[in-house]
Each structure stands twice: as structure tokens, then as C-alpha cells.
Design a protein around this ligand. Structure first.
Ligand code: ADP
Ligand code: MG
Length: 253
């Protein structure tokens, strides 16, 4: 796996230790202008092929962290080592309306087989019948499937998803969760999924981390067998632990 170290502001010995990890974040801090630190000395290592859910209250810095990891935001202080091939899926699909779906999927990619690769990726996410459609004619769920295809066609070693299903209705969200789970089992890239949904984290991830006051305050393994259901034994205690870490206490609701 080839790694790059982005903007190492402090000493970062990260690169020499990246053989067993897909991503290493060390002492990452970030503020906007003269505002308070949004990320405050954050450390996180993600194993190759593992599925990590990142939770935290609204405004806790999840999106800032993801953008920084993706190289879209500058590092104020600290170091990040990550694979060269990364993809991001956002809450909104970000498809260009004047390009057909398949063209959006392989946007910026070269090669005579562009269309074939787009079709393969679209078939994989269940959109084989919408290859030539215009983005504006897609439903919300279909547009997110296209965004997933666009991410996967780049064969990322590290896939980041920022609340990708938050705007979808409950049934579509369930279907998308199933799809992401199957895609991950097939591709086995490392995944960082930002979600505010505790059940989503428990259904999909190996590990849940909670961002609070600029750092990871809870780091929990999810040792449940797959495929998972909400009714599985062991689900409820993990849910209680995570809700507690998020500061949600049922008796006070
Ligand atoms: P989350 O994704 O967890 O809801 P964000 O990362 O979007 O949180 O935001 C974390 C904090 O950083 C918030 O206080 C937000 O107001 C601030 N913030 C995010 N983006 C910007 C920006 N471009 N300029 C100034 N402040 C920002
Ligand atoms: Mg966010």
C-alpha cells in the first residue's frame, strides 16, 4: 500500500509505521480563523479493511475531520498518513446535472474503457438501468447509489462517507445500509462512516469512535457477527454504551 503524508506540521513519524494501518492521524488540530479548536490533538489509527463509524454531536467536528482526512481541508497542526487512493461520499450526491449518470461516475478518469467501468460500477450498486439517465431524474436513493458507484470506480483503499443516508427516507436508508455492507465485504477497503445514527453504526461497523471536544473520547469494538439485525443479542448493551458516550440519557428525555 502506498502512503502519502500530508502537511506534516509537527514531527510525524507516521509514515514508517503505516504497514499495518491504512490511516494514521497524530496530534491533528484544526481551528477556523481565530475561533476555538474544532479538532484538538486528535489521534486515530484505522486498520486496512476495517469499518469504523465516527459519531458525535452536531457541530463536534466530524465533517471537518473527514474533509481534512480527504485532503480537502488544510491541517493546522499534526500529521495524517493515508493511502493514495481515497474516495469520499457526502450527504448530498454532488452529481453534475449536465453530465449523464455514467459520465459523472468516471468524471476525471481517462481510458477507452471509461464507459465500461462506469457501467460495471453502476450495475454493482443496482443502477444498471440508469446508466444514461440525467442526474435530475434520479430519486434520492438512486443519486446516492450513483455517488457510491463514483467512489468505488476509483478502487479506493480508504472510503469516507459523511452521513451519506441522512437525507433518505427510512426504507431507502435500510436498503442503502445493506448495499454498503455488501460492497464493503466485496471490496474490503477501510471505511470511515460518519453517522449520527447509533443503530447504523452498530449494523455496519467493526468499531465505533465518538468525537467530543475535539478528540476521540470513546473507542469501542463492535464484536457482533454479520449479517446483523437490531434484534441480535448483544445489540442493546452496545447501543446503551454508545448513547451514553453521546450524552443521551433516556431517563432525561
Ligand atoms: P459536524 O460535522 O460534527 O456537525 P462540523 O465539522 O461541520 O461538525 O463543524 C464543527 C465546528 O466547526 C462547528 O462549530 C462549525 O461551526 C465549525 N465550522 C465548520 N466549518 C466551518 C467553516 N468553513 N468556517 C468556520 N467554522 C466552521
Ligand atoms: Mg457534518
Amino acid at each position: 500500500m502506498s502512503h502519502i503524508v500530508q502537511e506534516t506540521v509537527t514531527r510525524g513519524a507516521a509514515e514508517s509505521r503505516t504497514r499495518d494501518v491504512a490511516v494514521i492521524v497524530e496530534g491533528l488540530s484544526r481551528r477556523f480563523g481565530t475561533g476555538p479548536l474544532v479538532l484538538d490533538g486528535l489521534n486515530l489509527a484505522i486498520a486496512p479493511g476495517s469499518f469504523v463509524a465516527l459519531l458525535g454531536r452536531s457541530g463536534s467536528g466530524k465533517s471537518t475531520f473527514l474533509r481534512t482526512l480527504a485532503g480537502l481541508d488544510p491541517v493546522t497542526e499534526g500529521s495524517i498518513a493515508r493511502p493514495r487512493n481515497v474516495s469520499v461520499v457526502f450527504q448530498e450526491h454532488r452529481l453534475l446535472p449536465w453530465k449523464r449518470v455514467w459520465e459523472n461516475v468516471v468524471l476525471g478518469q481517462d481510458g477507452a474503457d471509461r464507459r465500461d467501468r462506469a457501467v460495471t460500477a453502476l450495475e454493482e450498486v443496482g443502477l444498471g438501468h440508469r446508466v444514461d439517465a440525467w442526474p435530475l431524474t434520479l430519486s434520492g436513493g438512486e443519486a446516492q447509489r450513483a455517488a457510491l458507484a463514483r467512489a468505488l470506480v476509483r478502487e479506493p483503499e480508504f472510503l469516507m462517507l459523511d452521513e451519506p443516508f441522512a437525507a433518505l427516507d427510512a426504507l431507502t436508508r435500510l436498503k442503502m445500509q445493506g448495499l454498503v455492507s455488501r460492497l464493503w465485504e466485496r471490496h474490503r477497503c477501510a471505511v470511515l462512516l460518519v453517522t449520527h445514527d447509533v443503530d447504523e453504526a452498530l449494523l455496519l461497523a467493526d468499531r465505533a469512535v465518538v468525537l467530543e471536544r475535539g478528540n476521540i473520547r470513546t473507542d469501542m469494538t463492535i464484536p457482533l457477527a454479520r449479517p446483523r439485525r437490531h434484534t441480535d443479542p448483544g445489540f442493546e448493551p452496545l447501543r446503551a454504551t454508545l448513547l451514553d458516550a453521546l450524552g443521551v440519557h433516556w431517563e432525561k428525555l
